[in-house]
Write a protein that binds this ligand. Sequence first.
Ligand SMILES: [Zn+2]
Length: 444
Amino acid sequence: MPAGTLFIPGGSTYTSMDVDDHAEELASTLGVDKAEVKSDLENLVEYSVPVDEAKQSIRRKYGSDADDGAMPSTKDVDAVEVSDGNVTVTVRVITVGCRTIQYQGDEQVIREGILADETGTISYTAWQNFGFEPGDSVTIGNAGVREWDGQPELNIGQSSTVAVETDSVSVAEHDLPCSIGGHTSLLELRPGNRGRVVDVEVVEIEERVINGRDGQTTIHSGVIADESGRLPFTDWEARSTLSSGETFRFDDVYIREFRGAPQVNLSTFTTVEPLSKSIAINKDAQRVAIGEAVDSGGVFDVEVTGTVLEVREGSGLIERCPECNRALQGGQCREHGTVEGEDDMRVKAIVDDGTGAVTAILDRELTESVYGGSMDEAMTVARDAMDKSVIAEEIRSRIVGREYRIRGNLSVDEYGANLEATEFDRTDDDPATRAQSVLEEVTS
Ligand SMILES: [Zn+2]
C-alpha cells in the first residue's frame, strides 16, 4: 500500500489527498474552519464510516442539511450576505408583485416581493414565473445574491429551482412589514414596496392627461383613505370603475415617492374589486413634530402645531405668471421673462415648534382669512397706500408670535421644508383663551 493511503475497513480506500479535498469542500460550503472539519472527517473515516455518510453527518453537525456537497449552502434568511454567491433557502412567500421591464428589446414580466422564514425577511426578484403565490412555502435552490439598497436580495433566475414544501414554513409574523399576502395599512406603506394589497375608500379622484413615453396618456389620480390615514394615488390604467365615496380592494400595488411622501400606484397588474364593507376612514391627519416630519423627507397630510416666527418675502399680494403659475419677481417670470401677471394672494410663514421649522404656504383662501378681508379689499387698500407691501405688513402683525395648528402636505427640497397648508387655525391652547373658555362653560 503506498504511503499516505488510509485503509478503510469495509472495502474502499481513500488517499489522504481525498480527505483533504472533501474537507476543503465542506469547509467552504459550511463556512467553517477546514482543520476542524478535516479532523472530524478523518476520525469518522477511521471508524469505518463511509465517506459520504461522514460528510453528511458533518453537515448536520454544522447546521446544514444540504444533501449534495455541490449545492450552494442552505441558509437562514438573516444569514444571507451580499458576499454569498448563491444560496438555497426554505421560505414562505409573503408578497408577489408583477412588473413589466424591457429586457434586450423585449417586454418581460418579472415578479418582486418579500420572502421570510423564522429568522427574518429578504426581498427577491424572479425573472420568470415559477408559479409561487403569497402564502406558499418553497425551497428556492441556487438563488443568486446581489446587493440592493445596501441589503442582500435574492435573484431567482434560469439556474434556480423552486420546490413546493408540504410543511408550511413558520415566520416571525410580528417582524413582517405586512401580512402574508401583502395586506398593508396606508400608514405602513413605504416607497419601494411592491405587491401590496390595500382596502381603501377613494376620497378624491380626477382625470388627468399627461405626456408619457408613448404620447398623451389619460390617468386617474387622487386621494385614498383607510383606518390608518390617507395617501395620494395614481391609476395608470384610468379604470372607469373607481369613483369617490366607494370602497375597493387594490391587489398588487406598488409604492413610489412623490414629493417625499409615499404614493400608491395601480398598474396593469393591479386587480380592483369593490368591497361590500364600509371603511371607517381616518379623517384626521397624523400629528407629528416638525423635526420628525422634516427628517422623514416628506409626509402626506400631517398636522403640526408651532409658532409663526416670520412672514417671508413674497407674501401678501403677489402676481403670478399666466403660463407657469410661478410668482413673478419685479414683473419677471424666471422662465418666461416679462409677462402680464395675474393677481394672487399667499403667505409664506416660518413656523417653529421647538423640534424644527417649516415654511407654511397658505393659498389665497387661507391668506384672505388670516388677513381678514378679500383680495379685492386688499387691492383697494394697497392702491390707496400706493404700496402693496402694506398687506404683507398687516398679515405679519396678525400672525407673527402666535401659535397655529397647521394641516397640509409636507415636502422637503434643496431649499428647505415646505408645508402646503390646507388648514391654518389659531390654537386654543394659550392660557388666556383656555381661561376664557373655562369661564364661558362655568357661566353658561
Ligand atoms: Zn412663467
